[in-house]
Design a protein around this ligand. Structure first.
Ligand SMILES: Nc1nc2c(ncn2[C@@H]2O[C@H](COP(=O)(O)OP(=O)(O)OP(=O)(O)O)[C@@H](O)[C@H]2O)c(=O)[nH]1
Ligand SMILES: [Mg+2]
Length: 248
């Protein structure tokens, strides 16, 4: 198990990743994530399903807004638990996207993606005891490094405090794993339009240095800004054929 430590990111690696759409679709497609339902919470990697179903994981600092983002993407208020207390999610929470009769109609086949969404415990909460931090490293580190089901990672950052040292370390893990990585700059409602755009451009510039394949967008769980955009990114990842990626 590698330690959670800074990695030197190399340049110019090409990853297969979906381009971030720049404008909303002309017609509103059905939301393929609306049928998500809670599957299980895992305290250990061995408790996770052992199959080959595609998964996308949400990771980021504690209190950044991971669970809120998941809820908006799935258009459900209480799918993932949201809390004002940082460090609330200490378990890996899995959500199933089942193919239901309601979801999979011939008219809207894109409304049925058989996959899972994963809410990972957050990092960077100063008051967390050493024991819990150790456990976090084993759980989240192990998941990001080894989970064969992973098709992509969404790194959630508070737009007011993006690209912290711990975020950069996480991006290093994502980069090492070689999976598509998309950054959500969330709580964008807390900044004015111009200020938010400036942060977006700055982060995009930093990513060009770190890993040009990584993508970024602004997002707000409160105003729904960027929800359709991230749904399109996830859909493209989950619908893409598996790359034969093996655990590292
Ligand atoms: N203004 C604003 N607040 C948000 C937004 N997203 C989340 N929050 C608030 O931020 C706090 C933390 O949100 P969560 O979604 O629980 O964050 P988390 O990353 O899942 O936190 P942990 O599970 O503790 O790691 C809550 O009080 C949310 O209401 C947003 O887009 N805008
Ligand atoms: Mg959470």
């Amino acid at each position: 198990m590698a330690k959670f430590r800074p990695r030197i990111l190399h340049h110019g690696r090409t990853l297969v990743t979906s381009p971030v759409p720049t404008s909303p679709p002309a017609t509103q497609a059905p939301n393929p994530f609306a049928h998500a339902r809670f599957l299980l919470s895992a305290a250990k990697l061995t408790q996770l399903p052992q199959d080959h179903l595609a998964e996308v994981a949400f990771v980021g600092r504690s209190n950044a807004g991971k669970s809120s983002a998941l809820n908006l993407i799935c258009q459900q208020k209480q799918l993932a638990r949201v809390s004002k207390t940082p460090g609330r999610t200490q378990l890996i929470n899995l959500f199933d996207l089942p193919v239901t009769a309601a979801a999979a109609t011939e008219a809207a086949p894109q409304a049925s993606i058989r996959a899972r969404l994963v809410d990972l415990p957050g990092y960077g909460f100063a008051q967390v005891p050493l024991e819990i931090r150790r456990n976090w490293g084993l759980l989240v580190g192990g998941f990001v490094e080894q989970r064969i089901n992973l098709r992509g990672l969404v790194v959630v950052m508070d737009i007011r405090h993006p690209m912290t040292d711990l975020d950069l370390q996480m991006l290093g893990w994502c980069e090492a794993r070689g999976l598509p990585t998309h950054i959500l700059l969330t709580k964008a409602d807390k900044l004015g339009h111009g200020a938010g755009k400036n942060v977006l451009l700055k982060v995009r510039k930093e990513l060009r240095e770190l890993d040009p394949a990584m993508t970024v967008q602004t997002f707000s769980a409160h105003t729904q800004m960027g929800a359709e955009m991230v749904r399109e990114v996830l859909t493209a990842w989950l619908e893409a054929p598996a790359s034969g990626d093996q655990p590292v």
